[in-house]
Design a protein around this ligand. Structure first.
Ligand SMILES: C[S@@+](CC[C@H](N)C(=O)[O-])C[C@H]1O[C@@H](n2cnc3c(N)ncnc32)[C@H](O)[C@@H]1O
Length: 243
């Protein structure tokens, strides 16, 4: 791990550690506490503390989850997409969240304990080296996290590794539309993001096929004058790929 990686991770952990212990009263930013992306019906199906309003889309809605499937959520935060996925895959399925921030894991695990859900699990780890076995996931989700990673090539390589052949990658994330010179944004959501073309090339370079952008909109939280977009996309690990 180089110094940049160390610095980025420390900063991200520190920022999201604080958000994890926030409440509606000490709302932490423009995205926080906004139900954007989720319907009332979806939010009613998950524990209240699992939703922090930190996503850039709603990948579960586009994942076509089936009963019994295994889902891994990269950077699960307080667990919103893990709980939603668990409600779709049912008791025969499993939803696993991976996050590196202890406070987020604590919050998500408390929420899991409050529901008694047995098909939900939160693992501590980084998304560049996932604590998940090869070829065991039907679906990999992620929501506004890969943009923060200092090594997106490793993230997509790991997503590919843990998916079974034919498995789906369904993610919401932020991309830059023009190279930024200097920018210091809150958690690095935009400043650590990749240029759109490089991002899509990186996903294909990891071996994914049938890449489709499902949602594409300007990222509302970009600092003034910064051009960034929130994408939700879906790609497939080819059926003939080796795990
Ligand atoms: C913007 S929040 C999104 C949380 C959640 N996906 C949601 O939609 O509410 C980013 C989350 O990703 C986690 N995270 C960021 N970089 C990570 C990394 N490299 N490995 C593991 N977790 C990471 C942070 O700890 C934080 O919980």
């Amino acid at each position: 791990m180089n110094a940049d990686t160390d610095t980025i991770r420390a900063r991200v952990r520190e920022q999201y550690g604080r958000k994890a212990v926030s409440t509606a009263e000490d709302c932490c930013g423009p995205g926080c506490c906004s139900p954007a992306g989720y319907s009332k019906e979806e939010l009613a199906r998950i524990p209240e503390e699992a939703f922090l309003g930190e996503g850039s889309g709603n990948p579960v809605r586009h994942a076509d989850l089936q009963d019994g499937e295994v889902v891994v959520d990269l950077g699960s935060g307080a667990g919103v997409d893990v709980f939603l996925a668990a409600s779709r895959v049912g008791p025969r399925g499993r939803a696993i969240g991976v996050d590196m921030t202890p406070e987020m894991l604590d919050r998500a695990r408390r929420a899991a304990a409050s529901t008694g859900a047995r098909n939900v699990e939160f693992r501590e780890g980084v998304i560049e080296t996932l604590p998940v076995e090869d070829g065991t996931a039907d679906v990999v989700l992620s929501n506004c996290v890969i943009n923060l990673s200092p090594d997106k090539t490793a993230v997509f390589r790991e997503a590919f590794r843990v998916l079974r052949p034919g498995g789906r990658l369904v993610i919401s994330d932020i991309v830059q539309e023009r190279p930024l010179l200097i920018m210091d944004d809150d958690c690095g959501c935009v400043s650590n993001a990749m240029l759109r073309a490089d991002y899509l090339t990186t996903i294909r370079g990891a071996g994914f096929e049938d890449l489709h952008v499902i949602e594409d909109r300007p990222w509302r939280e970009s600092p003034a004058g910064v051009d960034a977009s929130a994408l939700t996309l879906r790609a497939i690990k080819p059926k003939e790929a080796r795990t």
